[in-house]
Structures are given as structure tokens and as C-alpha cells.
Design a protein around this ligand. Structure first.
Ligand SMILES: Nc1ncnc2c1ncn2[C@@H]1O[C@H](COP(=O)(O)OP(=O)(O)OP(=O)(O)O)[C@@H](O)[C@H]1O
Length: 375
């Protein structure tokens, strides 16, 4: 992850972290490193362990194995368990967690009061923090007199007021409507760059993760599936599971024979296999012998790789199952062989239930080898 030279943040190292509940793993052999000022998004289906990791980083939960280091100092593991107040954190939760009986200013000031700063210093810094999130004029109000978006800005001001080394976000925008979410997400992204704290940001929302983060960790069943920049994640998902979770397109069972990709019915989908599987040559699998060995796997067809047209000469036939107008085009659902759905945005209106030919841009396809058989 790219270091930010002006960062106030701390380097975070997570080594083989584990959290078990009975014999169930909420987190398993999880390792990750964040440079100071780096922003990491945790993305994954419900129950994959995102909140567990956040709680372990915060010191609200104790690992069953592995360790966490901030700037080379052990926070948890090896018999150490630093409490949250010793970790110099700021946290922002889904439900804002403001104190209703306190003014906006008093909410933001609270972490500074806990540190025993003088009253004028507390007031000055709390006001400054509110200005940063655009709420300088609302200092005297109570949280109940603010909208949801404004309350979350107060929570943000409170999280950054004590200049934490690490900021933790637990789905901070999921209670807000789409427009507000988009604008606050951009504001959080800007603020993170300004304050330079290292940050870990839990979300279900792919776009939010990619807007806010330098790198995204895709998780499933307590494990890290892929850690990559947003651009890499979208262009080079590491496995069919990641591609499926990110809804990158349709996955079809397929067979590679020499330079071609064939579907289950034998139809040739693409000729240009070597061009579409970067990395295959490097791992040695495509040495002269191996290149000609048939391989079973899955091919990923992204929505943007297909152009509907005549049935003749098309790589695939598909049925139009649904179409509706959306932002300058037609959001279209196509049914591919085997009943697999493919979603794509098209310029043209297609007739419902009609069969169309799909012409494929082979370089947009991705190949995933089937997992080797166990035993
Ligand atoms: N106290 C607990 N006792 C038993 N199992 C738990 C406990 N806390 C979490 N789990 C289990 O650990 C797994 C990971 O939970 P976690 O809350 O970290 O998931 P998550 O990715 O944050 O999910 P969501 O997106 O729904 O918030 C889940 O299977 C959950 O049921």
C-alpha cells in the first residue's frame, strides 16, 4: 500500500490472526499490512468476519491466535492485550452512537476531555473539528436537531478530534439514502487524505469500498481471498469466488484446449486464450507441453464484454429476460446457457424473451482453473 509521507497514521500489521467461537472460526489465518496513512476497505458477505477484525483491531475483542502490531508494538497476541484507550483510535459506527443529552460540541469534545486537556483547548479543537466536517454553525444544537447525515458528520468530527493514529469505520453510511451516502463517502475520502490517519473501513458496498480505499480486502468465511487496489480487483479478480462476489459477470463452466475456450456444449467461445490469461506463462503452466493439455475451469464473461447482434456467427446465444431504462442506457438481464444470468448496460432496446447472438470481446474474458481435486 502506498505510504502517505505526511501521515499521522500508524503502520498496522496483522499476523496469522485468529478468532474462534467454540470450534467455529470467525477469522482464520488472517494476515495483512497497512502502511501509515493507508486506507483499507474490508468487503465481504455477511458473516465473513469484517466486524470481528475491526473489534480485534479496536481492542474490543481478544484474538484466539496470531497478533496485531501498531508501529511495531504488539497490541494483541503474545500474551499482550492493550485496552482500546491505549490504542489511539477513532471509531465511526453505523448508528452514529452520539450522546443525545449532550450538545454537538460536547459530543465532539468528549475524547479531548478524557485526555485532560484544558477547557479552552478542548473547545478550540472541538470547534475546529466540526468546521472540518462542515458543521461549525451547529455546535450548540443537540443531535436530535440534526439529520442522519449531519449526525454522522458529528461522529466523524468526534473520531478525528484527538488526532488518532488509526480510524475504524463500521459501515458508517449504511443508514443513509443513496445520494447522501455518495456525497458523504467523498467527504470521508477527502478527510482521510487530509488527516493522514491509517484507516480500516468495513462496508457491504463495492462502490463505497473502491471510492474510499487504496486497497480492498475481499473476505469470505473468515479468510482473506484477495488484497488489491480497486482497479486490480475489478480487472484481475484472483478467483471465481471473488469475481462472483463482486458481480463482475457471468461464470460459465468451460474447457481450455490449446488456444481456445470451449463451453460445456463444445461451442468455441474465444480463440485468444494466451492473450486473455495474463500470468499463465509466468507460472510455467503454459510451457509448450502444458499449453496443449486440456484444462477444466470457468470463464468469466463481464457484461461489458458482450455486444448483442445476429445469431449467425455469434459465440453465444442468450435470451433477453428483462430490460429497463437506466441512466442513458438499458439495464439488461440476459439468460446464458445453463440458466446463468448476465447483467449488462446496452444502448439499444431489445425485445423481451427474444433470442440474441452475443459477440464477445475475447480480451475482456478471464479464465479460472478448476480447483485441483483433493485426495
Ligand atoms: N460472540 C459470538 N459468538 C459466536 N459466533 C460469533 C460471535 N460473534 C461473531 N460470531 C460469528 O463469527 C462470524 C463472523 O461474524 P462478523 O460479525 O465478524 O461478520 P461480518 O462480516 O461483520 O458480518 P455482517 O456484514 O453481517 O456484519 C459469523 O459467522 C458470526 O456468526
Amino acid at each position: 500500500m502506498k505510504p502517505n509521507p505526511s501521515a499521522a497514521g500508524v503502520a498496522v500489521t496483522v499476523e496469522h490472526l485468529e478468532r474462534r467461537h467454540g470450534d467455529q472460526y470467525a477469522l482464520q489465518d488472517f494476515s495483512i499490512t497497512l502502511e501509515p496513512g493507508g486506507v483499507l476497505a474490508l468487503l465481504g458477505p455477511s458473516g465473513c468476519g469484517k466486524t470481528t477484525l475491526l473489534k480485534l483491531l479496536a481492542g474490543l475483542d481478544r484474538p484466539s491466535g496470531g497478533r496485531i502490531l501498531f508501529g511495531g508494538r504488539t497490541m494483541a497476541g503474545d500474551g499482550v492485550m492493550e485496552p482500546p484507550q491505549k490504542r489511539e483510535l477513532g471509531m465511526v459506527f453505523q448508528d452514529y452512537a452520539l450522546w443525545p443529552h449532550m450538545s454537538v460540541l460536547a459530543n465532539v469534545a468528549f475524547p479531548l476531555q478524557m485526555r485532560g486537556l484544558s477547557a479552552p483547548e478542548v473547545r478550540r479543537r472541538a470547534q475546529e473539528s466540526l468546521e472540518r466536517v462542515g458543521l461549525g454553525a451547529m455546535a450548540g444544537r443537540s443531535p436530535a436537531q440534526l439529520s442522519g447525515g449531519q449526525q454522522q458528520r458529528v461522529a466523524l468530527a468526534r473520531a478525528i478530534v484527538a488526532r488518532p493514529r488509526l480510524l475504524l469505520f463500521d459501515e458508517p453510511l449504511s443508514n443513509l439514502d443513496r445520494d447522501l451516502r455518495d456525497s458523504l463517502c467523498l467527504d470521508i475520502t477527502r478527510l482521510l487524505r487530509e488527516v493522514g490517519a491509517t484507516a480500516v473501513y468495513v462496508t457491504h458496498d463495492h462502490e463505497e469500498a473502491c471510492t474510499v480505499a487504496d486497497e480492498v480486502a475481499v473476505m469470505a468465511q473468515g479468510r482473506l481471498l484477495q488484497l488489491a487496489t480497486p482497479a486490480t480487483l475489478w480487472s484481475a479478480p484472483a478467483s471465481s469466488t471473488v469475481a462472483q462476489f463482486l458481480k463482475l459477470g457471468a461464470l460459465l463452466p468451460a474447457r481450455r484446449v490449446a488456444a481456445g475456450v470451449h463451453l460445456a456444449d463444445g461451442a468455441l467461445l474465444a480463440h485468444e486464450l494466451l492473450a486473455l490469461v495474463p500470468g499463465m506463462a509466468e507460472d510455467g503452466a503454459d510451457s509448450d507441453d502444458a499449453a496443449h493439455r486440456p484444462r477444466q475451469g470457468q470463464v468469466l464473461i463481464p457484461g461489458h464484454a458482450v455486444t448483442p447482434g445476429a445469431l449467425d456467427g455469434a459465440a453465444l446465444h442468450a435470451t433477453v429476460t428483462a430490460q429497463h431504462y437506466r441512466s442513458g442506457g438499458f439495464a439488461t438481464e440476459l439468460r446464458l446457457p445453463g440458466g446463468v444470468s448476465l447483467h449488462t448496460l446496452l444502448r439499444e432496446r431489445l425485445q423481451a424473451d427474444s433470442t440474441v447472438g452475443l459477440h464477445i470481446a475475447p480480451r475482456q474474458l478471464r479464465w479460472f482453473d478448476a480447483a485441483p481435486a483433493r485426495g
